[in-house]
Design a protein around this ligand. Structure first.
Ligand code: FE
Ligand code: FE
Ligand code: ZN
Length: 283
């Protein structure tokens, strides 16, 4: 079956988020484990976790994804920024061990003037430090748009990070459709070519999820501005092609379009209707 999810808040707990997912026909969801701008992590409420486990099981919610706050920069030129990112990342991963689904996505980082090579070294060092034997999660590197000094806007940079990490079996990639479009990968006219490149440089078996967004900004502009599905410069058809591509349709898709729950509900409904109308099989 198609696996498509909204971005939901856990501010009222994990069970409430799962209920919200089920109520809008969302097969999975993504959430921030703490305030997206950083801030302290909340203590887990064990009753909430217990009923969350039940919800996940009863409603077959798979691939629930925890998204690291934007404030983490593993490759900053400031040591205290890198140290904060490392400690918070580790704390997030440790808490994830107590939850039913262990998928964690993060933005590789921005080198803030130090250059790509040193930036990648910092990211690799932190990942080697925190992805220890006792971590069972799959950590996903997100493909980025390349704004500012962002690392991870090319498949080569992502591959170099993976290459340096010892526990490679715990690493994967989350491809963001808005980001790769603005990074200059032409998913509108040549999706097959982009996927071939991904496969050659990173390996499609590393691809564990897709952030499903349209883009407000033009192709190859290195700008990161998400638009609603079919409301941006990628457009509806290329995004439907992405969801239904034989090499991708096994994956979970997460909406990060600039809407609240109602907007994601509407988009999930629209996408599922199109797929049903066209009789595309997801078996
Ligand atoms: Fe992201
Ligand atoms: Fe994203
Ligand atoms: Zn983005």
């Amino acid at each position: 079956m198609i696996n498509i999810g909204a971005h939901l808040s856990i501010s009222k707990g994990f069970t409430a988020a799962a209920k919200s997912a089920v109520s809008i026909n969302s097969d999975t969801f993504q959430y921030f484990p703490r305030n997206p701008r950083g801030g302290a992590i909340k203590q887990l409420d064990l009753d909430d976790v217990k009923s969350f486990f039940e919800m996940v099981k009863n409603h077959n919610l798979t691939n629930i994804l925890s998204h690291a706050p934007y404030t983490y920069n593993l490759s900053s030129n400031k040591e205290e920024v890198r140290r904060f990112a490392r400690d918070a990342f580790r704390e997030d991963l440790e808490r994830l061990e107590l939850l039913p689904v262990n998928l964690y996505n993060f933005h590789p980082g921005s080198h803030t003037g130090n250059g790509i090579d040193l930036g990648i070294k910092y990211i690799v060092d932190i990942l080697n430090d925190i992805i220890t034997d006792d971590i069972t999660s799959t950590v996903l590197l997100e493909t980025m748009s390349g704004k500012g000094s962002e690392i991870g806007s090319t498949f080569e940079e992502i591959a170099r990070i993976i290459d340096g990490v010892r526990q490679k079996d715990k690493l994967g990639v989350c491809m963001d459709s808005c980001h790769i479009f603005s990074a200059g990968y032409d998913i509108v006219n040549d999706l097959d070519g982009v996927l071939e490149q991904f496969d050659r440089i990173i390996g499609l078996d590393r691809l564990k999820g897709i952030h499903l967004n349209d883009s407000m900004k033009p192709f190859n502009d290195n700008k990161d501005r998400h638009a609603g599905i079919g409301e941006g410069l990628i457009g509806l058809e290329p995004l439907i092609n992405l969801i239904t591509h034989p090499k991708l349709k096994r994956l979970p898709f997460y909406l990060e379009t600039p809407f609240e729950v109602e907007g994601h509900e509407r988009e999930i409904k629209m996408i599922k209707e199109i797929i049903l109308e066209r009789g595309i099989s997801f078996e």
